[in-house]
Design a protein around this ligand. Sequence first.
Ligand code: AMP
Ligand code: GLY
Length: 425
Amino acid sequence: MNVLLIGSGGREHALAWKLAASPMLTKLYAAPGNPGIAQEAELVALDVADHAAVADFCREKNIDLVVVGPEGPLVAGIGDDLRAEGIRVFGPSGKAAQLEGSKGFTKDLCARYNIPTAAYGRFDNAAAARAYVEKMGAPIVIKADGLAAGKGVTVAMTLDEALEAVDACFEGAFGGAGASVVVEEFMTGEEASFFCLCDGKTALPFGTAQDHKRVGDGDVGPNTGGMGAYSPAPVMSAEMIERTMREIIEPTMRGIAEMGAPFSGVLFAGLMLTEDGPKLIEYNTRFGDPECQVLMMRLKDDLLVLLSAAADGQLGHMSVRWRDEAALTVVMAAKGYPGTPEKGSVISGLDKAKAAGAEVFHAGTGLKDGKIVANGGRVLNVTATGRNVTEAQARAYAAVDLVEWPEGFCRRDIGWRAVEREQAG
Ligand code: AMP
Ligand code: GLY
């Protein structure tokens, strides 16, 4: 099969690495890709926002499957436009991608199908949102409705902070994404990420992970896209997975199909495991980044076979096997992240990190004069496996220490919750 992979981050490097291992693969292309992805794929300079140009490329190169990494193109309808041209796509339609593209859409679906989630109100003006915030009191959570690159959520511990967040949304801090606002109940519990491969009818559980959103050790400081992750998530027991499927995923699949938009692709549920059971925080309609990196390290089966089956509505016949190991990834970021990262610093030692047994996925790198340089906020994902999270963590950090990059930084405690559990248990 000839495959076109869309995207340019660590998630896509991990997908490329796993797709390249498939005996079914003839040729892998990536648009736009990055220097790490270039080790596995031919990079093509396509404007992925130009769906007609992508379709032309697919015809010219006899592409059998397009795998879409990020949410932006999905919400923009690349899945619909390519399928209309007879091209097979792994990824949801634009309407089904509203599960990620509009928080209000998802909350309304949850309300209609009795899916456990935080109580909420949905507003299109500041006065009504402020009145609701004042009625509910703090702590409370304010969310811009649309895609805001992971920045549209404020967990407000005080009323003032909440009102400020409401005003910021309506004053345009998140552009069009904030023209509508969801205000919701503050939930407490441990968070976990749960993934399903979906084909419109079947949702096949596809692993669990936990990530670390805060920039600093001990989970403090500003929110980021994720500073590291590990899989599996120890809190996602077989019983918790069964309950999540029954109470959250299956009604969602039913509901979205009844709306005329059956979901195919990856459904990524961000869960809060509360005293009352699992509750949905949010959906993403693509793999997590960096959660994908740890899932790919553990996946035993052929990814290309699974993604093709999802695109063809054939997941009902499939199962998924995992290596009986834990995986952990440490994000190395450029100093300044999640604010304004410094770009252009030279990175070396990646071969040594790989020789130590880790995979180093490129998230935000560039090439300059033949050298790998930082070209983004999150730059590298140093990823290792082990018998348990403790061992995977030790191996990942041993490899991190071989990377020579004074202008980079990472958290030193990725996986701490799981490591504490393993040491206690
Ligand atoms: P999101 O961008 O929706 O994943 O939200 C970012 C983070 O905000 C989540 O990972 C949670 O830690 C937190 N969060 C979002 N919604 C809630 C909520 N209703 N209660 C408590 N924390 C929340
Ligand atoms: N790491 C969280 C996300 O991909 O949204």
